[in-house]
Ligand binder design. Structure first.
Ligand code: NAG
Ligand code: NAG
Ligand code: NAG
Ligand code: NAG
Ligand code: NAG
Length: 483
């Protein structure tokens, strides 16, 4: 990936004074170096608050240095190989780092033009007016080159974690949303798998497409939210559904942020609003994720601003993709049930001493795929709903999208077959990994459960949630208004 030097426009305060004594050139160079460091810090200081636009490495900083390193050992993972063998791995994966959407690029272009009308001289505003807008509208949400790296390195780490499953001559099932960023992600993941397995692979199987399988597009599973009519009508296309988000945008916390940013940019405050400030913040996040640079857009934000903007992003996720409305998560039960259908089949095949027909299932979707699924399962639920007026009570909330669904986020179900002598009633066990970390079940601190118990815990969702019932709008009631 081509890396650009960090921008060098800002000198740390005081550097000119310290330079007065001579050695001007050396001194200037040192000051520039320090400026670069300070800016680097700006992006890194803000990076935990980028929400759904966090890079995966924010969760696992060691991956910045060693993208293939597995990190510190995790107690209880994997289950001891002497008694338990992984039978099936079923992963739901968000696409890797992507470009901004067309809408975001348009808003950014608008903000960039506004800087031309700034009044007074602000270092930040001048630097930003000189910044060149390099995003084109046709980049619209496409996977970035960095996103390919996210996927291929994830594949190689998963292969290293599950060498028995992600092994040569295995059949891999690939499922993807129809979006280019997901298809490209599947493809990059496959490249990573080829590299991981290539070394052990007899050369004649090196690129054997049957081993890696076709990528099947299935929006029923990966974009259930688009196909759920009732969700589309009542949440996605219903302006009122986001009233908490809208209230927060004009609430006291956000107002202060807009004022501070207007001040930093020497712009009249009535020219800015929450959306434009958010797009500036996203631009800082995109430049770090896509180009690995600290953009001058980062330096206009303080950590306090970032916390407020993180909450704005989380509020939207909460009301549109999680606990805000029941239908948000219920719409994903079709995917949840499909995962269990595959687990059931593997258990059945194992009981009949047959080979497992789908030992590895890799499904590529969106944050909007993963977040509802995790809510359906009961993860990251705070006692109090996230609202416009309780920002301060949610400082330590569980629901932080940056830690849950950054780029390349992944939820992995691991089914094990265990030695019956040691646990006669628990022949099949399950562990969950979220973003490669062992996940406790929502009802306990445990990180392993028998398959039978797991099904029992979720029997309501497995038996009583029917996509058609949850999502279809009865034809003959759409025109009848009951007053
Ligand atoms: C710019 O600032 C000056 C002095 O504060 C003020 O008189 C003028 O009206 C401002 N112009 C705009 C376009 O805001
Ligand atoms: C995504 O796929 C398209 C079509 O195959 C290809 O032209 C493009 O280069 C890919 N982009 C990335 C980043 O993989
Ligand atoms: C998508 O997956 C569902 C559930 O497994 C299945 O019923 C459906 O036929 C699949 N659709 C396509 C287009 O493969
Ligand atoms: C990203 O930038 C940092 C700091 O400039 C550098 O140390 C690191 O090697 C870069 N990472 C990659 C993957 O290029
Ligand atoms: C159509 O509406 C009637 C009452 O207005 C209702 O009894 C019936 O179940 C509805 N049919 C369907 C298919 O929803």
């Amino acid at each position: 990936m081509p890396l650009e030097p960090a921008h060098r426009r800002f000198l740390p305060a005081g550097s000119a004074l310290r330079c007065a004594g001579g050695f001007l050139l050396l001194c200037l160079l040192a000051a520039l170096g320090a400026a670069e460091g300070a800016e680097r810090e700006a992006a890194e200081r803000l990076s935990p608050y980028f929400g759904t636009k966090c890079r995966y490495e924010t969760l696992h900083p060691h991956l910045l240095r060693e993208p293939l390193a597995l990190g510190p050992p995790q107690s209880g993972f994997p289950l001891p190989p002497a008694s338990c063998t992984p039978l099936q791995l079923n992963a739901v994966i968000r696409h890797g780092t992507r470009f901004p959407t067309g809408g975001q690029i348009k808003k950014l272009a608008h903000l960039h033009r506004l800087l031309g009308q700034r009044n007074g001289s602000c270092a930040a505003s001048e630097a930003l007016a000189g910044w060149s807008l390099w995003y084109r509208e046709d980049m619209d949400g496409q996977l970035a080159e960095r996103g390919r790296h996210d996927m291929s390195t994830l594949a190689r780490r998963l292969a290293a974690r599950f060498p028995g499953l992600l092994a040569p001559r295995r059949r891999f099932a690939f499922v993807s949303s129809h979006k280019a960023r997901c298809l490209n992600s599947s493809d990059a993941f496959r490249d990573g798998l080829r590299q991981a397995l290539g070394g052990q692979q007899p050369p004649e199987l090196g690129n054997d497409p049957t081993m890696l399988g076709d990528i099947k597009i299935n929006d029923t599973l990966m974009r259930f939210f688009d196909l759920c009519e009732k969700f589309v009508r009542d949440v996605d296309n219903n302006d009122e559904a986001m009233h908490e988000v809208d209230a927060f945008k004009v609430g006291p916390e956000m107002k202060k942020v807009v004022e501070r940013i207007a001040n930093n940019l020497c712009l009249p405050v009535d020219q800015l609003n929450a959306d434009l400030v958010q797009v500036a913040f996203f631009t800082c996040s995109f430049e770090l994720a896509i180009k690995n640079i600290s953009s001058p857009w980062c330096s206009i934000f303080s950590e306090e601003d970032a916390l407020v903007l993180e909450y704005l992003n989380d509020l939207k996720q909460y009301w549109k993709r999680a606990y805000g409305y029941e239908i948000n998560s219920r719409a994903s039960c079709i995917l949840f049930q499909d995962i269990f259908r595959n687990l059931d089949q593997a258990v059945l095949e194992s009981k009949n001493s047959k080979p497992i027909s789908s030992p590895v299932i890799l499904q590529f979707g969106h944050a909007e795929t993963l977040q509802p699924l995790l809510a359906l399962m009961g993860y990251f639920k705070d006692k109090e709903p996230l609202k416009a007026n309780n920002y301060h009570r949610h400082m330590n909330r569980k629901f932080r999208s940056g830690r849950i669904v950054p780029y390349a986020s992944n939820l992995v179900f691991v089914l094990y077959h265990c030695d019956q002598v040691q646990s006669p009633k628990e022949e099949y066990k399950v562990q969950l990994l979220l973003n490669e970390k062992l996940l406790e079940f929502p009802w306990s601190k445990k990180t392993v459960i028998s398959y039978a118990n797991l099904k029992n815990r979720y029997k309501d969702v497995l038996q009583k949630c029917h996509f058609a019932e949850v999502c279809n709008i009865p034809q003959n009631t759409t025109n009848t208004v009951v007053l």
